[in-house]
Design a protein around this ligand. Structure first.
Ligand SMILES: C[S@@+](CC[C@H](N)C(=O)[O-])C[C@H]1O[C@@H](n2cnc3c(N)ncnc32)[C@H](O)[C@@H]1O
Length: 317
């Protein structure tokens, strides 16, 4: 077997389309930037640090659900599939399932290309007998996989409640694409964060060590690197709040003083206290997410939760 996995790079950070998307978001009222821009090699490492925080319950709660129920999930999903990890990050969650899921092939997809390459190289060394493929792609507007993924039966894996970064309408569109990419006999294993006490939610996205603040503020470095924008980290502070009406945590960067962001071809003035909206993280009920899966065309669903019903893992086919 190969000692280095194949890597196909579809996503390019230097594309004009990406710069245009970023500039359009900064010029919008209110200013809004997709959370996908939070992830470069440093953003991915900061996210990994967030998952170690005691306040950030999603990772350890989801891990406990997998530890308790992975065998039942594998029995229902079937083993020997092509395991396709969407937004794979460190690939750590999928790797923990290799033992029970026995994937014939592992495909890791992520926008954070450099970080994914490193993670996958290291994983391939640990599991030389599993064929691995890396795909550097941005699936925010459409999910398309290269033919190299092959024709084996597919299990799509979308943990970490990353689906919560999409509005319910966009989440429905993505789930429909997942179903279509899964093909006949395909299945989806997906982690979903559930509605809970506001204080627990807000602490998870605004930790006292300020790791999440650093993760959010890293976006300003991205604006400089991608757009040539003169954003200064010291001009902004991190804000995380639970918007009860929309059932979502929102992250913002709030101007500490009046700021003008300038980049080649544009500028955006922000008054003191004005915000750039950087991330949504929608929180679902089990019933609400089950409905969304069915609306997306999945007909059979199973669900596992923790005792507190803080987090859910769904298997849909
Ligand atoms: C919340 S993290 C989850 C990481 C890991 N799967 C986990 O559960 O811990 C979201 C991951 O999705 C990736 N990502 C975010 N937006 C993306 C996009 N539009 N296309 C591809 N990957 C994306 C990020 O780089 C990051 O690795």
């Amino acid at each position: 077997m190969a000692s280095t996995p194949r890597f196909i790079q579809i996503h390019r950070e230097d594309s004009a389309a990406l710069r245009h998307e970023l500039a359009a978001g900064l010029l919008a009222q209110p200013a809004m930037v997709s959370p996908k821009f939070l992830y470069d090699a440093l953003g991915s490492r900061l996210f990994d640090a967030i998952t170690e925080l005691p306040e950030y319950y999603p990772t350890r709660t989801e891990r406990a659900i997998f530890d308790a129920h992975a065998a039942a999930m594998a029995a229902q999903a079937g083993t020997g599939r092509t395991l396709i990890d969407l937004g794979a990050g460190s690939c750590e969650k999928a790797a923990r399932l290799f033992g029970v899921m026995q994937p014939a092939r592992y495909v890791a997809v992520d926008i954070s290309v450099d970080y994914l390459r490193q993670a996958l190289d290291s994983l391939q060394r640990q599991h030389p007998h599993i064929e691995m493929l890396g795909v550097g792609a941005d699936f925010s507007s459409s999910l398309a996989l290269p033919p190299e993924v092959g024709t084996g039966e597919r299990l799509l894996f979308y943990p970490g409640s990353s689906i919560g970064n999409f509005t319910p309408v966009s989440a429905l569109r993505l789930l429909r694409q997942v179903r279509s990419v899964g093909g006949a006999g395909g299945a989806l294993l997906i982690g979903v964060d559930l509605v809970k006490d506001k204080a627990v939610l807000e602490r998870a996205y605004d930790d006292p060590l300020q790791v999440t603040a650093a993760f959010n503020l890293n976006l300003l470095r991205r604006l400089s690197a991608l757009l040539g924008c003169d954003a200064r980290i010291e001009d902004f502070s991190h804000v995380a709040l639970f918007n009860q009406a929309d059932s979502r945590i929102e992250m913002h960067l709030q101007a500490r003083r009046a700021v003008t962001l300038r980049w080649p071809g544009g500028e955006r003035r922000l008054a003191q206290g004005e915000r750039i909206h950087t991330e949504n993280s929608y929180k679902y009920t089990v019933e609400g997410f089950d409905r969304l899966l069915r609306e997306a065309g999945f007909t059979r669903t199973a669900c596992w939760t923790d005792e507190q019903r803080w987090f859910a893992v769904f298997l849909a086919s």
